[in-house]
Design a protein around this ligand. Structure first.
Ligand SMILES: Cc1ncc(COP(=O)(O)O)c(C=O)c1O
Length: 405
């Protein structure tokens, strides 16, 4: 379905020395030539700082940067002023915790997250709770890797000020019912932050339709460059979020004793922003919009996930983690363990064969502990992966488990 697009990805082209089967897309995706070219073209032909120079080059760079913002906004159904360029998901969550969080969360308040969060959506809230005296609560995860949303009603109270959850778990691939979580959170007046770093690359998202207050994701997980992420802040909240960094680019007027600030998004973008990265992200969105229909993508990923799960189920020592039926219909991530083998050894064995998978706790240690494991092997797919690659992985794992017996 998408295999002809592989030609756009220089790193996926085999040569005499190496071939690569890349199954670590949840950590970062590979980049098509179009994105690489957009970034190098900017540096070669259009490079200037933005919102400063009253000269052609500066104005052109500013236009490109603002066009990138408008493109991102259109891609997720937001207004351009609701899009703040950050350095990534982690930075964006930390910024909201330290600005909105410190201003709005007090001792005795509650922050509700889930047991399957990435450390980036857990540790900043832990720190905030420690500083403010707020209480951190957790939506439990069951043994299949599903959030126990039937407990939501009792977990949400009139002290809940924020619910922060991932849309899709990076460790297990579980898709969480974000709409339901937001609807319930609204009933107690809590704000909701959605960590969409594993969903925006794979699903059509409309932030206004979801009704999220904050939504974050990283460009590098969706064909774009590293060093840039998106922080969506709902327009109604702009006045309630203090700036999280101060300096050039975000001020309206400065006196020696006091400063007034510009309005969003400038208010939240102090200093030189990630300009070339924003242009790279815009090129990534162009690429996705031109070549990747999200419905077809889901179909493709679900075929590969089903092939992988059914193959793994034939190996008696393999235990698949996560909600198998849900993954087969809408997943792109499969995590598993093999009895008697350390995930690092499995990943190293696959590495010798040119197959890149992730082994570890996937930055979700509390989840691993709850599941009673230290680590797992994670295979995460994207549109350029093929049936043949999944077959090769399954063959390698069959061989490994046979040799080990
Ligand atoms: C669900 C989730 N949240 C947050 C992050 C952190 O993203 P970044 O490292 O780009 O800040 C990741 C990265 O793997 C993730 O998968």
């Amino acid at each position: 379905m998408f295999s002809k697009l592989r030609a756009d990805f220089p790193i996926l082209q085999p040569d005499e020395k190496k071939s690569l089967i890349y199954f670590d897309n949840a950590v970062t995706t590979q980049k098509p030539q179009q994105v690489i070219d957009a970034i190098s073209y900017f540096y070669a032909k259009d490079n200037a700082n933005v919102a400063r120079g009253i000269y052609k080059l500066g104005e052109a760079a500013t236009d490109l940067y603002e066009q990138a913002r408008a493109k991102v906004a259109d891609f997720i159904g937001a207004w351009p002023e609701e899009i703040i360029f950050s350095s990534g998901t982690t930075r964006a969550i930390n910024d909201i915790a330290s600005s909105w969080g410190m201003q709005n969360i007090k001792s005795g308040d509650e922050i509700l997250i889930s047991e399957l969060e990435h450390h980036s959506n857990l540790v900043p809230w832990q720190q905030l709770a420690k500083k403010t005296g707020a209480m951190l609560k957790f939506i439990p995860v069951d043994k299949h890797g599903n959030l126990e949303l039937n407990k939501l009603k009792e977990l949400l109270t009139d002290r809940t000020k924020l619910v922060a959850v991932s849309h899709v778990s990076n460790a297990l691939g579980t898709s969480n019912d974000i709409k339901k979580i937001i609807k319930e959170a609204r009933k107690v007046g809590a704000k909701v932050l959605v960590d969409a770093s594993q969903s925006v690359p794979h699903k059509k998202i409309n932030v206004h339709d979801l009704d999220a207050d904050f939504l974050v994701f990283s460009a590098h997980k969706m064909l774009g460059p590293t060093g840039i992420g998106v922080l969506y802040i709902k327009k109604d909240l702009h006045d309630q979020v203090p700036p999280f960094a101060f300096g050039g680019g975000m001020i309206f007027e400065v006196d020696l004793g006091k400063t007034t600030f510009l309005v969003a998004p400038k208010k939240f973008e102090a200093g030189t922003p990630p300009i070339a990265q924003a242009i790279g992200l815009a090129a990534a969105i162009d690429y996705l919009q031109k070549h990747v229909d999200f419905e077809l993508l889901q179909k493709h990923e679900s075929q590969l996930v089903t092939q992988l799960i059914e193959g793994l189920q034939k190996i008696p020592t393999v235990k698949i983690l996560g909600p198998i039926e849900q993954l087969k219909s809408q997943g792109s991530i499969v995590s598993f363990v093999i009895e008697g083998m350390h995930p690092h050894d499995i990943a190293e064995y696959l590495n010798q064969l040119g197959i890149a998978v992730r082994a570890g706790h996937h930055c979700a240690q509390p989840l691993a502990k709850k599941l009673g494991i230290d680590a797992s092997v994670r295979v995460s797919l994207y549109f350029y992966n093929t049936k043949k690659e999944v077959e090769q992985l399954l063959l390698a794992l069959k061989q490994l488990t046979k040799n080990y017996k």
